[in-house]
Design a protein around this ligand. Sequence first.
Ligand SMILES: Nc1ncnc2c1ncn2[C@@H]1O[C@H](COP(=O)(O)OP(=O)(O)OP(=O)(O)O)[C@@H](O)[C@H]1O
Ligand SMILES: [Mg+2]
Ligand SMILES: [Zn+2]
Length: 259
Amino acid sequence: MDRLEMWLKAHPKVPKPEGGERVQKHYDCRKCYDTGVIIFVQDGYTVMRNCSCYEVKRAKELMEKSELSEEFLKKSFDSFDTKKEPVLINAKNKAVNYVKNFKKNRHSRHNSIMFGGQPGCGKTHLGTAICSSLMDMGIPVIYMPYRNTMTKIKQHILDETVYSSELGRYMDAPVLYIDDLLKGKLTETDVNVMYELINYRYMNNLPLIISTEKDLEGLLVFDEAIGSRIIEMCKDNIALIKGKKFNYRMSKLAGRITA
Ligand SMILES: Nc1ncnc2c1ncn2[C@@H]1O[C@H](COP(=O)(O)OP(=O)(O)OP(=O)(O)O)[C@@H](O)[C@H]1O
Ligand SMILES: [Mg+2]
Ligand SMILES: [Zn+2]
């Protein structure tokens, strides 16, 4: 028995190339019958490859295991209350339109989006809603909580193999969501690591979704080469929310919001 036959025997739900018995009735993916792999015959050989749904499934699993709580994973555009505030209406519209135009702009120079400013104003909320919408469209998004991820990456800076594989996950992600970019104390190593990451994604037109407390000046002061690349990638998709009154967390604590 060759390796592929052994594998097929261990995975009875996978349809055989000539169409075998199917165990379940309902499938989310009609291409691979929810197994994540497709088997086909090519030049007389039976070949196996990952199904297009595999990466999305894997990204969803990673996101579920990430720092984003279950509560956050449920955040949607519908549950974002703009309170008729032009600044919030603008941020939400940018998020909704970004998703709407994503496929058209995906490989262009301006394929990214950024939410900046006031803590507690819903930056992560909107970023997460974008991620969920894109994944529902079959586009995998990798979540990168900035502070903890950077701490982990920097720990491996002297071990090139581990460092490259840790950073590589984020460099090559089809879509990367960096949450709380540049949060915490910043060092020269942060600049170097971030330059490697952002420049790679810039050169390869790979989309970024960014939430940060920084405004545009703050990004440029951190590092002009990095800041200007991000600003160019986001271009018109930049929503800056300034002012303590937009801190939803604090408003909720103060009882100004009851929901
Ligand atoms: N306009 C809004 N409508 C509904 N919920 C909101 C709104 N703004 C914020 N929230 C909620 O308030 C909480 C804080 O928002 P969130 O974490 O997205 O803020 P943030 O801008 O990312 O803050 P930080 O900079 O501290 O990370 C979340 O539970 C979020 O769902
Ligand atoms: Mg946040
Ligand atoms: Zn599939």
